[in-house]
Design a protein around this ligand. Structure first.
Ligand code: BG6
Length: 478
């Protein structure tokens, strides 16, 4: 049947640092994302240098100029019939240095206008509080999330957002893909993008990163508490990049290795945020590696009392794992890499295409946490080229069609799903590579990897396709 519930939130997802540009306008301070160059820095080997080099190109500085063109872009989303739009707030527009005494009114006004525009166009705003960027000054001053003081700094920022936008925003997501933080230990640079830590050679990176995660978990609980106290009916979500990893074979050693890998990559983060406590296997892990976390009784009580209201996740692909990885080919992936799956096709960027994995994930997550779920990212990154004046993005249509069909099946299975946001409904800068030419949009933006282009927006074939999917509530899926 492929039919979705009447009130199902179909829409799209974008992130401030990947689309807004205007990195020095409206009183904005520098964020860690402003230091990312194109092509070389990968989110899977995250890092940056805290210094701008005038000879380098920084794709996020102008990006697709959503800051000045959001009305035009939202009008296009509205034409597709979007019922929601997931966008993030750039922390450094609100608090340029992160811990300023007063928020920046011009930044607050920008998001006032953006939210009003969404609402005028009948879109439910879904707001990410921190999407892969934090004010760069916090790295220098506090060593990022390694410092406990960050909880207070973040609370002030969140309080400002709830006070100002709480009348219009019901769905909040605290940190984008919080589990990406584990990749910070592998960074090839001194500075880690997700936790904002400046590593010194003598540092135990695991110790610092897990301490940073603890501070983020407490910050999430504080956010849930504040959200419930300050707004009626607010839903505060925790989010991970969910990448189901299957055993490469049914060899029990492969199965066991896979089980552990899944915990470490994503399940651990969801266990803590959803159940409000650290799982037993994490305590064992800390002992085994001699990691000593500073956690107070109050922290643990707060976390237990204020778990997240819903589970938000991105889903792009799946991986496989083995006890003998050397025997198998590897593959790249969203946030994490792993082993290839011989049963799946791969995109031109080497990510597996696994629609059934989405139905599996939805059932798995609902079974484990029994909280409403929200697919806040799913999409297909590809090189798009014009043929006879049009982009025929049939591979993207196929990918989305198949993933939405499996989503409909999961709803039929009984999963409580709030909505579905396609990632990057308009082409934007890639988080992983800083490239512009890895495109996800229904709307093409004339801009290349070097920053050349007019920024003109053009509808792709998938534009009308998605419009039809929404108009028919999934009835048009094939
Ligand atoms: C998710 C992020 O990991 O994947 C987005 O939340 C990102 O910010 C998206 O853009 C797609 O990844 P990439 O690397 O292709 O941009």
């Amino acid at each position: 049947m492929n039919k979705f519930p009447e009130n199902f939130l179909f829409g799209g997802a974008i992130a401030a640092n990947q689309c807004e540009g205007a990195y020095r306008e409206g009183g904005k301070g520098l964020s860690v994302a402003d230091f990312l160059t194109g092509g070389t820095v990968s989110s899977r080997k995250p890092g940056f240098q805290l210094k701008l080099d005038e000879n380098k190109y920084y794709p996020r500085h102008r990006s697709i100029d959503f800051y000045h063109r959001y009305k035009e872009d939202i009008a296009l989303f509205a034409e597709m019939g979007f019922r929601c739009l997931r966008a993030s707030i750039a922390w450094s527009r609100i608090y340029p240095n992160g811990d300023d005494e007063q928020p920046n009114e011009e930044g607050l006004q920008f998001y006032d206008d953006l939210l009003d525009e969404m609402i005028r166009n009948h879109m439910e705003p879904v707001i990410t509080i921190s999407h892969f960027e934090m004010p760069a000054a916090l790295v220098d001053k506090y060593n990022g999330w390694a410092n406990r003081e960050m909880i207070n700094v973040f609370k002030r920022y969140v309080h400002t957002l709830f006070e100002r936008y709480g009348d219009r925003v019901k769905y909040w997501i605290v940190f984008n893909e919080i589990n990406a933080a584990v990749n910070d230990v592998k960074g090839t640079h001194e500075y880690a993008i997700h936790t904002g830590i400046h590593f010194r050679p003598e540092d135990d990176r695991y110790q610092l990163v897990y301490q940073a995660c603890h501070h983020q978990f407490v910050a999430i609980a504080e956010t849930v508490k504040m959200g419930h106290e300050m707004m009626d009916g607010a839903m505060i979500g925790g989010m991970v990049a969910f990448i189901p990893t299957y055993a490469r074979t049914c060899d029990p050693d492969d199965v066991m290795k896979t089980f552990t890998a899944n915990r470490k990559k994503g399940v651990f983060f969801l266990d803590v945020m959803s159940r409000g406590e650290y799982p037993y296997y994490f305590e064992t892990y800390l002992k085994k590696y001699g990691i000593q976390l500073e956690r107070t009784e109050e922290d643990l009580k707060l976390m237990k009392q204020y778990p997240i209201d819903y589970v938000a996740f991105s889903y792009y692909m799946s991986l496989t794992e083995s006890a003998h990885p050397e025997n198998y080919p590897t593959t790249d992936g969203n946030v994490f890499s792993g082993l290839k799956n011989p049963y799946l096709q791969y995109s031109r960027f080497g990510w597996s295409v696994d629609p059934v994995g989405l139905r599996y994930s939805l059932n798995w997550l609902y079974d484990r946490y029994q909280k409403p779920l929200f697919i806040v990212e799913n999409g297909y990154g590809d090189y798009d080229t014009f043929e006879n004046g049009m982009i025929q993005d049939d591979d993207r249509i196929q990918y989305l069609n198949d993933h939405l069909k499996e989503t409909a099946k999961a709803i039929e299975d009984g999963v409580d799903l709030i909505g579905y946001c396609e990632w990057g409904p308009i082409d934007l800068v890639s988080a992983g590579t800083g490239d512009m030419e890895k495109r996800y949009g229904f709307i093409y933006v004339d801009l290349d990897n070097q920053g050349n282009g007019t920024l003109k927006r053009t509808k792709k074939k998938s534009f009308d396709w998605y419009k039809e999917v929404i108009a028919t509530n999934g009835g048009s899926l094939k």
